[in-house]
Design a protein around this ligand. Structure first.
Ligand code: GLA
Ligand code: ZN
Length: 688
């Protein structure tokens, strides 16, 4: 397959970015510290600093008085040391004087109580005053540094999130609804099913946001509110983008996303960014799960970020070089783990390894959060050496910049579907639904086989894939079922599960039998669904010669009682009053097939099932070998040359058989026959 290389994030700096959040504004009274920071950065091969993220008061100490001199100095030092600035707009936290002078910038909670000044990420995204103040400071930053050689990338705000329920936001919500429902209140009433409990609105002014002490059980209302929050936040982001782009049209913009964060639909935000970036904090060495389990989960999220812009490399904007202070246990990284975790992000498509934070702050909430430079202040620490090793490796990966990973498999992860699943009442407790985790479970077998996968939403183009997996596709949006059917007719393989095809975009149930519009493609009718407690299970007797599945597998949580209409039955329940009824089916449609898992199957089933499918569909792994447990391989390519990352997420040495001769890009040595990976080892190979 030929794949073009994407341009480097900053064409003037075609190197892997290595650095992180740096807050010299916390040290302005100790200039010797700042001198040290630049000396140490050089030692650790650091070339990119994210600056100004929470520096608003240092930049504008009182209304319209600006103090950019300290930032000028930092920008100049960066340029002098051939480093780049990932320059932030400061809107993630605001000065106290602003909250005092303009109380409308303070966010109002769902309980309609206005926040006091404090913490961060807590402003009203609608407030005209807040928008004006943000636009003004952004404009000044852009004006001042537009020609500065250090400026490489705009870091918009920080981790946009949350919602405001003030009067301004209520008005904006109603205006958004009027547009969505074409000024037709009856259409809103129908979509929200407001006849239920006599909640019909007779005037637009009666509509307001969900509230803990008010309306909160109308699912479509909750759904539209979440859509509005994404819309309003995106509108705010676009305002920030416009304020810097009008002066620096060629400087790319990003904002740091938060993985599975449920408050915003990132599929709607990504198109407005030049490059996607995200903040990754895996809880390595957790006592309750293996590092492999964690690596699979974070591998999925890295792939989601690569997929948000259809394969374009993303940036790892934050990661902890040592313990993360807000996690349950702030565990130390075992030797090798920092290197492995950093290169894992690169393997999945990151063109950077950035940290939170460069220098540990002296006081306040994050004084014990991991950092490149600890309070001790020198380079003779284990963590500093780990960071230096990563920096040194990244200097050898210029050729990997802009390469990507083409995948023939896609897993649908859809934020709106998640909102709807998390909200409904019925079937199984909210804790057991685990939509995101279920998507990850369907991904784990691919990670173990070293077969790349994309993560897409239901509106994505399906045509480039040969396998599409849609776990728990509860909400099916208009046109999606037709597109899935066409995909299968044309030879594609589709996999669906229990709790699929149940509601439309407005959370209104489909009326002609589940899985609603997917019924024809899947060739089944789900009549009822049983709920199983954590202590209960059923067993499914599977006989699927084609995929090589023959035996009993456990089923948990939900069991569909279904009828095979056109589908062939490949597995049946063995227990309960529905013993012998279908639990696992396949339907042939045109040149393709549609599989249905009627119950939440144990991991062993998913592994056997996807191994069978991968073989049948000839899905190519990143490295042609049998990978040992806990080891995965992932490649990036420009279409001509592959860069293969082989990663060992166990504390034991592992051996991987190689069929070709490779060059280890970091060690610059030849590897042939067997690759030996130390505990938590990672090698980057390219054909010799
Ligand atoms: C987030 C924030 C950072 C910092 C880190 C700590 O990702 O963006 O400012 O608070 O968490 O892990
Ligand atoms: Zn508001």
């Amino acid at each position: 397959m030929s794949t073009a290389r994407f341009p480097a994030v900053s064409p003037k700096f075609p190197h892997m970015l290595h650095g992180g959040d740096y807050n010299p504004d916390q040290w302005l009274d100790m200039p010797e510290i700042i001198n040290e920071d630049f000396r140490l950065a050089k030692l650790a091969h650091i070339n990119a600093m994210s600056i100004g993220i929470f520096a608003w008061t240092a930049l504008e100490p009182s209304d319209s008085t600006y103090t950019f001199e300290w930032l000028d100095d930092i920008m100049d030092r960066l340029a002098k040391q051939n480093m780049v600035a990932v320059l932030a707009t400061p809107s993630g936290a605001r000065p106290a004087w602003m909250s005092q002078k303009y109380p409308e910038v303070l966010r109002v909670g769902g309980n309609r109580v206005r926040n006091l000044h404090g913490v961060r990420h807590n402003h009203c995204y609608t407030s005209p005053v807040y928008r004006r103040k943000v636009s003004e400071i952004n404009t000044r930053l852009a004006e001042r540094y537009k020609n500065h050689p250090a400026l490489a990338l705009w870091h918009l705000s920080n981790e946009y999130g949350g919602e405001c329920h003030c009067d301004l936001c209520q008005d904006a919500f109603r205006a958004w609804l009027k547009e969505r429902y074409h000024n037709d209140l009856a259409a809103l009433n129908k979509a929200w099913c407001t006849a239920f409990w006599s909640h019909t609105y007779t005037d637009w002014s009666q509509v307001e946001s969900p509230a803990p002490h008010g309306e909160n059980k109308v699912h479509a209302h909750n759904l539209d509110w979440k859509r509005f929050v994404t819309h309003q936040t995106t509108d705010f982001i676009r305002m920030e983008i416009a304020s810097v782009k009008k002066i620096t049209p060629d400087v790319p913009v990003t904002t740091n996303l938060m993985g599975f964060y449920t408050g915003l639909d990132y599929w709607k935000i990504a198109p407005h960014l030049d490059v996607v970036s995200w903040d990754s904090y895996p809880p390595w060495h957790d006592a309750h799960q293996s590092d492999q389990t964690i690596a699979e989960y974070f591998g999925f999220v890295h792939d989601l970020n690569r997929s948000l812009k259809q394969g374009k490399p993303f940036l790892l904007m934050e990661s902890a070089p040592s313990p993360t202070n807000w996690q349950r246990m702030a565990k130390l990284r075992r030797p090798g783990m920092h290197y492995l975790a950093s290169l894992q992000a690169v393997a999945h498509g990151s063109d950077s390894v950035q940290y939170f934070q460069y220098r540990k702050s002296r006081g306040s909430y994050e004084k014990f959060h991991g950092a490149v430079v600890d309070h001790v202040g020198h380079e003779n620490t284990r963590v500093f050496q780990d960071v230096t090793d990563v920096g040194s490796a990244l200097t050898k990966l210029d050729d990997v910049i802009g390469t990507t990973t083409p995948a023939k498999t896609a897993i649908i992860y859809d934020w709106e579907n998640r909102w709807a699943i998390d909200d409904f009442a019925g079937y199984v407790s909210q804790n057991e639904r685990r939509y995101a985790e279920t998507c990850v479970d369907h991904y784990r077998p691919f990670w173990r086989m070293g077969i790349p996968a994309d993560i897409i939403d239901q509106n994505e183009d399906f045509s480039k894939y040969s396998l599409i997996i849609a776990p728990m596709l509860y909400m099916v949006k208009p046109g999606v079922a037709e597109r899935i059917n066409a995909f299968v007719e044309n030879g594609g393989t589709f996999v669906a599960t229990y709790l699929s095809g149940i509601v439309d975009e407005s959370d209104l149930c489909f009326l002609n039998g589940w899985p609603g519009p997917l019924r024809k493609t899947l060739g089944i009718w789900v009549e009822e669904t049983d709920a199983l407690d954590a202590t209960e299970s059923n067993t499914i007797a599977v006989r699927d010669g084609e995929l090589g599945l023959n035996g009993d597998y456990k089923a948990h949580v939900v069991c569909d009682l279904m009828h095979a209409e056109q589908a062939r039955v490949l597995g049946t329940y063995t227990k309960e009053f529905y013993a012998k009824r279908p639990a696992y089916t396949v339907n042939t449609v045109g040149k393709g097939r549609a599989y249905y898992h009627g119950a939440r199957m144990e991991m062993r089933f998913l592994e056997d099932f996807y191994r069978g499918l991968a073989k049948r569909l000839s899905l190519t792994p990143s490295l042609d070998t049998e990978l040992p447990a806990g080891v995965t391989a992932r490649h990036r390519t420009d279409g001509k040359r592959d860069y293969v990352f082989v990663m060992n997420f166990t504390g034991n040495q592992k051996r991987v058989a190689l069929k070709d001769t490779y060059r280890d890009m970091v060690a610059n040595s030849s590897v042939h026959g067997t690759l030996t990976l130390p505990p938590y080892g990672c090698s980057i190979l390219t054909k010799a």
